[in-house]
Design a protein around this ligand. Sequence first.
Ligand SMILES: CC(C)(COP(=O)(O)OP(=O)(O)OC[C@H]1O[C@@H](n2cnc3c(N)ncnc32)[C@H](O)[C@@H]1OP(=O)(O)O)[C@@H](O)C(=O)NCCC(=O)NCCS
Length: 289
Amino acid sequence: MLGMITVRLAKVSDAKSLFDWRNDPNIRAVSEQTKPLIWEDHIRWLTHTLQSNTEHVFIGEQDGVPIGVVRFSVEHDHALVSLALAPEAQGKGYGKSLLALGIAQIGSMPIRARIRSDNVASRNCFAACGFLETSRVKGFCCYNYIRLTFKEIVPKDDHITALYEALKLRKHAISHVNLPSFEDHKEFIKKHPYRSWNFVLAATECIGNFYLQNDNSIGVHLLPGYDHMLPVLLKQILHDYDPLPEIKSKRSAGFVLHVPIGDHERRAQMNANGHMPLQITYTLEKGQV
Ligand SMILES: CC(C)(COP(=O)(O)OP(=O)(O)OC[C@H]1O[C@@H](n2cnc3c(N)ncnc32)[C@H](O)[C@@H]1OP(=O)(O)O)[C@@H](O)C(=O)NCCC(=O)NCCS
């Protein structure tokens, strides 16, 4: 299993890593200023940036080793984001994880990006995190981040079919071992046992669904290839919904997330992002006890 990516605020001691990454010829070639950087200028830039209220620099780490940087520069009413991975970390799919963690950190501020039109890897990363191209100016594509939208699930044919297709793609589940029949699935959706149940859209793309239960538990199902969006989605659920009031020994005071025991990736992702595991739930059958 790949080590999980985490982010933390940049520090003065990151100066050398940041200098090496920013000065890498491939990174200079895709930047707006392509000339090599000078160490003294870099230190001046970093000192100013770390003290500024309008610059937010996050270092991505994998198992504690710095692998890249995601930076937000606040300009008037929005933040301009830039992303760079260390040369040895490129080409492994870490870019979208780092970008998603950065978006989750920055909150609800509108975010824009400018990417060279021939930088396909970067454009794919931004698209996979919910950025939409708005225009092209002098060889650069301009992108806006579209906040995730939630679309309520109702027992309509297209919703039932989309959920069934998503169910087929799921590798881990808590409530069933085998895929339920389409008829059982349809009945389940008609009963709609949840407080709220929604599809999740990143820009125009459906990336999964989530439900909230009356016991304040949350279930999140992301379609394959979108696990990196979990921190953004959780941040937004916590922003948009309040937990129901606590009922001692029946309902926890805050939201909790159910993760299937076999979903090691999701468990590692939650642990890496500082969430505390609460309990393990076992099945109990009469014949076993
Ligand atoms: C751009 C950057 C952030 C991308 O991150 P990454 O994790 O290395 O990205 P990947 O190589 O995994 O590529 C992302 C996606 O684009 C695809 N891709 C990459 N190069 C491609 C190409 N030339 N043609 C078609 N698809 C390509 C990958 O297959 C991957 O697709 P997937 O998500 O469906 O698997 C990183 O490479 C980097 O830091 N580069 C240097 C600095 C830079 O360009 N910064 C962006 C400026 S805003």
